[in-house]
Design a protein around this ligand. Structure first.
Ligand code: UT7
Length: 333
């Protein structure tokens, strides 16, 4: 039995906003942003929505898997920036791509969202309830950003990535002897530290009660606390997943990490004593797209032929919640 990713896809808005463009909006510089984060430019929506980007990414993933929308059993969209609270984004995607048979719902674990969707779908598929799943990370964070706050507005971008997962009855042994499919997963949450990265929605208001304190509906972040959390928790959960699978860092070919900050990724590589060349990065050109970063990078690597059948990948990320997770899989695509 195996649960495998058989198709990937991604979609980015066309509008590129460089660090030099950002310096016209707030007091910042290309030097500061590149030096502290590794980001040079990001894509910003000029009309794309979380649902429209997600639908485009899903169509590409289905085409790669050679499947029709009618074949889809389950759609899970991870997002923390939906345009609509109701209906959920996954139902909008279902309608847009014509996946009439699918069960569709959203999941919000912020930047860890795609990983949590992958792990959730893995459990559904393993249980035999569904045979396949479209999992998506999609964000239009630009609407949640305070464009006058230089400490956050330079970090984020918009985009979506998707993967099609399938259950197979039989084991698939790769040439290198590894069994294809998802091998292990670890997820964690630390709600007590949640307010270090937060974004408010509407406050309580009804005929009987009105919240006095009005909150700003923008992303607020204690960057240093998030940095400390990420550099400690990401290597720890990767180690935990490897230990559980009876593997070591040397057994891994690629670490596909949440693309928030080059310095965080370098620190994770150092703590794991792993070669930095095993940590592909693309955030220089697209910034931090929260739940979309891992599937967009996965799709890029896949389409560029940088992942071979039999390669062992660790996907790992962290985000608001606070949440974190890691999944280990052997590629078969
Ligand atoms: O998906 C999860 C998303 N969150 C993260 O990944 C956040 C993780 N944290 C980080 O990546 C880093 O903490 C940041 C990149 C956000 C900030 O880097 P830092 O090295 O922690 O900088 P800092 O917040 O300590 O700020 C240093 C200085 C401050 O000035 P003073 O007080 O030293 O005079 C800031 O006001 O840099 C200033 N600053 C800026 N200067 C130019 C903050 N933002 C900017 C900016 N341009 N955009």
């Amino acid at each position: 039995m195996a649960i495998k990713i058989t198709g990937t896809g991604s979609a980015l808005p066309e509008k590129k906003v460089t660090n030099f463009d950002m310096a016209k909006l707030v007091e910042t510089s290309d030097e500061w942003i590149r030096g502290r984060t590794g980001i040079a430019e990001r894509r910003i929506s000029t009309g794309d929505t979380v649902a429209s980007l997600a639908a485009k990414a899903c169509e590409k993933a289905l085409a790669m898997a050679g499947k029709d929308a009618q074949d889809v059993d389950l759609i899970l969209v991870a997002t923390c920036s939906p345009e609509l609270l109701l209906p959920c984004c996954a139902c909008q995607v279902q309608s847009a791509i014509g996946a009439d048979r699918a069960v569709a719902f959203d999941l919000n674990a912020a930047c860890s969202g795609f990983l949590f969707a992958l792990n959730t779908a893995n459990v559904y598929l393993r249980s035999g309830l569904y045979k396949n799943a479209l999992i998506v990370g999609s964000e239009v964070l630009s609407k949640l950003i305070d464009w006058t706050d230089r400490s956050t507005c330079v970090l984020f971008g918009d985009g979506a990535g998707a993967a099609f997962m399938e259950f197979s009855e039989t084991d698939d042994v790769c040439e290198n002897g590894r069994l294809a499919g998802i091998e292990e997963m670890v997820m964690g949450s630390d709600g007590a530290k949640g307010m270090v990265l937060a974004c408010a929605e509407r406050t309580a208001s009804n005929p009987y009660y009105k919240e006095i304190e009005q909150v700003k509906p923008y992303v607020q972040m204690d960057g240093q606390e998030v940095y400390k959390f990420a550099t400690r928790q990401v290597p720890a959960c990767i180690k935990e997943a490897l230990d559980r699978a009876g593997l070591t860092v040397d057994d891994v070919d690629l670490f596909v990490l949440h693309q928030a900050n080059v310095r965080i990724i370098e620190s994770v590589a150092k703590r794991l004593k792993a070669d930095l060349s095993k940590f592909p990065m693309n955030l220089e050109h697209i910034g931090n797209m929260s739940s979309a970063t891992i599937p967009v990078l996965l799709d890029e690597l896949n389409r560029d032929g940088k992942i071979k059948k039999g390669d062992r990948l660790v996907l790992s990320g962290f985000g608001a919640g606070l949440t974190y997770g890691a999944s280990i899989l052997v590629w078969d695509n």
